[in-house]
Design a protein around this ligand. Structure first.
Ligand code: FES
Length: 501
């Protein structure tokens, strides 16, 4: 896992791995903001809960996020209103505002040291550009009770044309929040296990979760894994993207206070600053592409840095990392019970996942304890609205189909393994089998089958992050084959190959 600025500044959790069979009311898979907040809320209900994290609590996508909390959404609230209706837009705005308030309450109640502070959210257009998005968003945000102001001057070192500002949004260190809340969630009814990947779920009554050293019986299972583990039809309606982040120190210049979004994120990725005991950092996040489909030879980190250097006097890049997000076909997340009885999922958060993770936790707590939840119908995971999703659905699934049919370029035969340099990965075809071959920095080869264990797509080499990424539904694997994230349960199959260096 990359050392993001959030992980570097958070306490390091230390929970045991599961070694003995156990039985619980609710098993939660995934120790990010969705899983830990759900565990915390359920721990107050008297239910017996256990949470299983493959690596460490708060180290996955939560640690790769922007650390921004806002009512607005990446796809813009006025689009939600136009595509659905007033009630849906009001639910999105209301639920997200409630989630931010809950985070603030928890931070205050438990004195969680995570640098939470209320900050404004700003949306601007570049100089010389008029964008009707600003006007439309302003009107819509006002309609749902947000106080929107127009602003003429922004603390940014380039010219802007129009800007709106909404006060009272927030920023924090998401890893520090999650690790801090985990300490409050754990009690005799709620256990947390790290380094405990769930690699199979035997569906039944109860469900049985298989982990490396023990099994777990659970009446209800919550897949707080960003995308549901296993095979679900819903995976045709969520599309995986990666984007990149840098935290830099400046020689001079203003570190802007707030959440800054441009209407043209290609020119200006999002900006925020963060202050630690090492001083201030400027954080920029952007340049997304579909997982496993980066442009060959493109260095996304380098491009992000170049972009920052155009406007800022950058002294050094202190941290760089990337993270995944899943866009849903109709622009709303899927939260609730899946098509499998008593298995619950939360996915399709786009880049708005910190806040939607907490919305999901509230919904899960209510559904599982039999309480009515006024947002559940809008976000329910069983919904599928072909008319509202058709265009995106067809486009994205043609892309997935293209990946299945692709004849992977750059085939090499085994004698040419020697051409793979240290640090490189290549797909090699040997006796009609596609292999994912990586040479590590000591010159040793790791060879795995290149067939993704989720649904048999062929993985691609991610040279920016040195991983094998699946272009179909976003599973990612280490060079040695272990699952990093995504819907795949199992690692890539290892292969023993004799080769010359
Ligand atoms: Fe679905 Fe790889 S993630 S086939």
């Amino acid at each position: 896992m990359p050392e993001t600025i959030w992980r570097a500044k958070a306490i390091k959790p230390d929970y045991p791995s599961l070694t003995e069979d156990t039985e619980v009311d609710v098993a939660i898979v995934g120790g990010g903001i969705t899983g830990i907040t759900t565990a915390y809320l359920l721990s107050k209900t008297g239910l017996k809960v256990a949470l299983f994290e493959s690596y460490q609590v708060g180290c996955g996508t939560t640690a790769g996020s922007t650390g921004n909390l806002y009512t607005m959404v990446d796809s813009r609230l006025h689009h939600v209103q136009a595509k659905f209706n007033d009630e849906t837009a009001a639910t999105v705005a209301g639920s997200r505002t409630t989630a931010i308030d809950l985070i603030e309450n928890l931070v205050q109640k438990y004195d969680i040291s995570c640098d939470f502070k209320r900050q404004p959210w700003i949306l601007y257009t570049e100089s010389g550009q008029k964008d009707e998005t600003i006007e439309k968003e302003k009107k819509t945000l006002k309609k749902y009770g947000l106080e929107v102001q127009e602003v003429k001057e922004l603390p940014l070192p380039f010219k802007t044309e129009q800007a709106i500002k909404v006060e009272n949004q927030a920023q924090f260190n998401p890893s520090a929040f999650v690790t801090g809340l985990a300490q409050k969630a754990e009690n005799k009814n709620c256990r947390i296990y790290e380094n405990t990947p769930v690699h199979h779920i035997e569906k039944g009554k109860p469900h049985i979760l298989h982990t490396p050293n023990a099994k777990v019986k659970a009446s209800k299972v919550i897949l707080a894994t960003h995308t549901p583990k296993g095979v679900y039809a819903l995976q045709t309606a969520i599309y995986p993207y990666r984007e990149y982040a840098l935290a830099v120190k400046l020689k001079s210049g203003v570190y802007p206070e707030g959440i800054f979004w441009s209407t043209d994120s290609k020119t200006h990725p999002s900006l925020r600053s963060y202050e630690t005991d090492e001083g201030k950092f400027l954080i920029s996040v952007g340049y997304h592409h579909k997982v496993g489909q980066e442009e060959p030879g493109k260095d996304y980190f380098r491009n992000l840095e170049k972009n920052l250097r155009k406007n800022y006097d950058v002294e050094s890049v202190a941290y760089k990392w990337s993270a995944q997000h899943y866009k849903s076909s109709d622009g709303l997340p899927f939260i609730g019970e899946s098509t499998d009885d008593n298995i619950f999922i939360a996915t399709g958060f786009s880049t708005d996942g910190l806040t939607y993770g907490v919305v999901s936790a509230i919904i899960f707590r209510d559904i599982i304890t039999g309480k009515r939840n006024k947002w559940a119908e809008v976000f329910k995971a069983k919904r599928f609205t072909p008319l509202k999703s058709a265009k995106t659905y067809i486009k994205e699934n043609l892309n997935v189909m293209g990946e299945y049919l692709k004849d992977i370029p750059g085939k090499e035969d085994a004698d040419r393994f020697s051409k793979i340099k240290s640090g490189e990965g290549k797909i090699v075809e040997l006796k009609d089998e596609k292999l994912a071959v990586h040479r590590n920095e000591h010159g040793n080869l790791h060879v795995c089958s290149a067939v993704c264990t989720h649904m048999d797509c062929i993985v691609n080499w991610n040279n920016n992050e040195k991983t094998w990424d699946c272009p179909c539904h976003g599973s990612r694997f280490k060079t040695t084959g272990e699952v990093i994230e995504g819907p795949a349960f199992s690692p890539l199959d290892k292969r023993q190959i004799e080769s010359k260096k």
